[in-house]
Ligand binder design. Structure first.
Ligand code: ADP
Length: 490
């Protein structure tokens, strides 16, 4: 079948799989529309078992040569891949914006550069993983980071470029071959990454992309018996399903899942900085797993702080994400929009008081106003469940113990943010909040070498720096008895 492409925001994008260095078309296709205004972006190949088997075979055949290149051999290719991403910054940004409704300027200035960095950083990091010797009185432990084999990478729609390369970078740098299953609600930039990788010299079969619906293509992929690793970012419910497939073959799985993170504001904080950070939680229309969606404010400063947040809210213009002054674009999909609106309606019905927002925006079909609820019980659905939309809750606390208890009072443990001007107090609270990442007087700073992941139902494992390699490598210790070779070596 001939390749199907689509012109998306003036950029020609393939709507087919990328398997074994070639475009592969499926007769089954799924429709993709832009959340900005419903524009038809084309019908994308919907893979299933056959396409997954083809991709697994290609990845298995490509593995020995890619692994044998070593980190030094892979680095120039991956660096070229990273440069190729930067060279197509504007194209990638336009397509990501059209596909998932994220801000064009945010993509150009932050997400695409970070996407390139995800590749080059791990290519460099892999170089330092070699030849790790641990000396023991009887033996020399020669620790090797062997690539694990074929890795399946399954990613969500809220930041496909950034989150996919956060996995592609370390997986390829470590010498694995990969099969990426992009999100069906935003499948396009991953298709472009395949072209850019190919142009940079990533050999056929090393990076494969199988497009399709999660329950079909994704399910076929995670049930493949040949996988060495499964890395997943998405919802907790989907992770439970994938985890069962991984368990059947004892395939190591890492998962970065949802959150219901607290944002704690103490009376001794820089309230202007904290207020700016509160409104930042509406970023990407709240479709951010790390969002601090539960604002916990010390009672003594509530009135003053609320006023500051209201003022900061003025900047949060809801609009077309292609416009430079827009801060909140559309929700991704009508189904997701209905889900978010459902949470809001139920929260109102349960007695939640709307401080602002609480309704759809007149910008277009999928736009929702930034919303803040107060007067919500700690056990209320809106206080416990991840909404993944521009919907926050506002609660107060009187003591640090109370703040910690409320912060820890959900099943999640992904992230948290704390504002306080008192170091002892800040570190005391921070050390007791259950979270993979706890930001103090800052937010959303993600250092590529720092561990990142979730506790409780927010995930299994950590990514970032050496943690990514611990996952994507088979770590082997060759323990050699000293003096056991003729000639007295070792
Ligand atoms: P969200 O709720 O953010 O859409 P999901 O967990 O549903 O997150 O989706 C994240 C990724 O997981 C997407 O690429 C989706 O296609 C994929 N996915 C969904 N269901 C399955 C499944 N049963 N097996 C494998 N992958 C799946």
């Amino acid at each position: 079948m001939t390749e199907v492409t689509s012109s998306v925001a003036g950029v020609e994008v393939s709507l087919d799989h990328w398997i074994g260095g070639k475009r592969v078309s499926s007769s089954e296709r799924f429709q993709n529309n832009s959340p900005i205004d419903g524009t038809d972006l084309g019908a994308v190949s919907a893979g299933g078992k056959a396409e997954v088997e083809m991709a697994v075979e290609a990845a298995i055949s490509a593995f020995p040569e890619w692994a044998a290149l070593g980190a030094e051999g892979r680095k120039p290719i991956l660096d070229k891949f990273a440069r190729g991403i930067l060279a197509r910054n504007e194209d990638l940004a336009k397509v990501e914006c059209a596909d998932n409704g994220s801000l064009l300027m945010g993509n150009i200035h932050r997400l695409v550069p970070r996407t390139a960095q995800n590749i080059s950083f791990f290519a460099e990091y892999a170089m330092s993983l070699q030849d790790h010797i641990i000396d023991h009185e009887e033996v020399t432990n020669d620790v090797r980071y062997d690539p694990s084999g074929v890795a399946a990478l399954i990613t969500p729609w809220n930041a496909p470029l950034m989150l996919t390369t956060w996995k592609i970078g370390p997986a390829l740098a470590a010498g694995n071959t990969i099969i990426v299953k992009p999100p069906e609600w935003a499948p396009l930039t991953c298709s472009m990454l395949a072209d850019i990788a190919h142009e940079a010299g990533v050999p056929a079969g090393v990076l494969n992309v199988v497009q399709g619906i999660g329950e079909d293509a994704g399910d076929a992929l995670v049930n493949s018996p040949e996988l060495a690793r499964i890395s997943f970012t998405g919802s907790t419910d989907t992770a439970k399903i994938i985890g069962q497939a991984a368990a059947r073959t004892i395939t190591p799985m890492s998962s970065e899942l949802g959150g219901k993170s607290p944002l704690i504001v103490c009376s001794d904080a820089n309230l202007d900085a904290a207020a700016q950070t509160v409104v930042m939680q509406y970023m990407n229309a709240g479709q951010v797993c790390l969002a601090g969606t539960r604002i916990l404010v010390e009672s003594s400063i509530e009135a003053e702080f609320l006023e500051k947040v209201r003022r900061a809210l003025g900047q949060m213009v809801v609009g077309d994400p292609r416009e430079a002054n827009t801060r909140i674009g559309p929700l991704i999909h009508p189904e997701h929009f209905a889900r978010v609106a459902g949470f809001v309606e139920r929260a109102k019905a349960a007695g939640g008081e709307v401080l602002w927002g609480g309704a759809t925006s007149d910008v277009g079909d999928l736009y929702f106003q930034p919303t803040m609820f107060t007067n919500v019980g700690l056990d209320a659905e809106i206080s416990q469940c991840e909404v993944f939309g521009p919907v926050l809750t506002w609660q107060t606390f009187d003591t640090d113990e109370e703040a910690i208890a409320v912060a820890n009072g959900t099943q999640y443990g992904l992230a948290g943010t704390l504002f306080s001007g008192n170091e002892d107090r800040a570190m005391r609270i921070a050390s007791r909040v259950v979270a993979g990442t706890l930001w103090v007087n800052c937010y959303f700073v993600r250092d590529l070498s720092a561990p990142f992941g979730g506790s409780r139902i927010s995930g299994i494992g950590r990514e970032g720096g050496s943690h990514s390699f611990d996952f994507y490598c088979d770590i082997k210790n060759i323990a050699v008895r000293k003096g056991s070779f003729a000639g007295g070596g070792n």
